[in-house]
Design a protein around this ligand. Sequence first.
Ligand code: TMP
Length: 262
Amino acid sequence: MKKGKKLYEGKAKIIYATADKNLVIQYFKDDATAFNNQKKSVIEGKGVLNNRISEHILSNLSQIGIKNHLVKRLNMREQIIKLVEIIPIEFIVRNVATGSITKRLGIEDGTVLKAPLIEYCLKDDKLGDPLISEEHILAFDWATKSEIETVKKMILRINDFMIGMFRGVGIKLIDFKLEFGRLKSNGKNEVILADEISPDTCRLWDVITDKKLDKDRFRKDLGDLIPAYTEVAKRLGILHEQSNLSSVNNITKLSSVKKKNK
Ligand code: TMP
């Protein structure tokens, strides 16, 4: 499918038009950002891994009836997705308290929550994605009551499925972020899952060692981000073909050669 003009560039992805007005191409960049863009780096190979991992998770979610924007992966860095109007809210789902909630509420890091906790943040970089309540969402028409109810039901099913999927490969799903969009079909709006689900948007800890296998490796300067993301992909059974493995390895090797030459 031919790539048209750039429609939108975010921190980790770019959206391009296609000849079909209902479909766009989502390109995964290697850029890593944290703390609302204050910390930035380029980690070669990250986009390739996130493209594969997100494709795997979203196609599995499709199979259990969670409608989402993924149509198909095109190549190492790109996928065709359905064009949706993104609901301007980041839906954060927490199973274990860590990260911002521990600082905000003084909760001890690693506290297992009695039930999944859903938090809402307004998707606005200029404001630093502030935490908001359901009442704010309704007061300012960011989503309707029925959209919130639909999304909440989807979130709980997604969380259940992902906890099991990761548990099966020795990984604890600590928390994650989801985005949803409105798909216009027959003049009506249907809410579907959008964006990506990857180690950039989840916290994933090894079941036995609690080793962090996600973007906290970058946020907390722990290093070895690519080996951690590769480990997630391998455990999920994505990187079994030799060709794919060597492609990611080549990208990472290339990046370390470039760094040495700097
Ligand atoms: P937090 O503890 O920093 O609020 O993050 C909660 C989860 O949401 C964690 O898995 C990381 C993810 N997340 C994003 O994907 N994008 C974001 O902009 C933020 C703030 C968090």
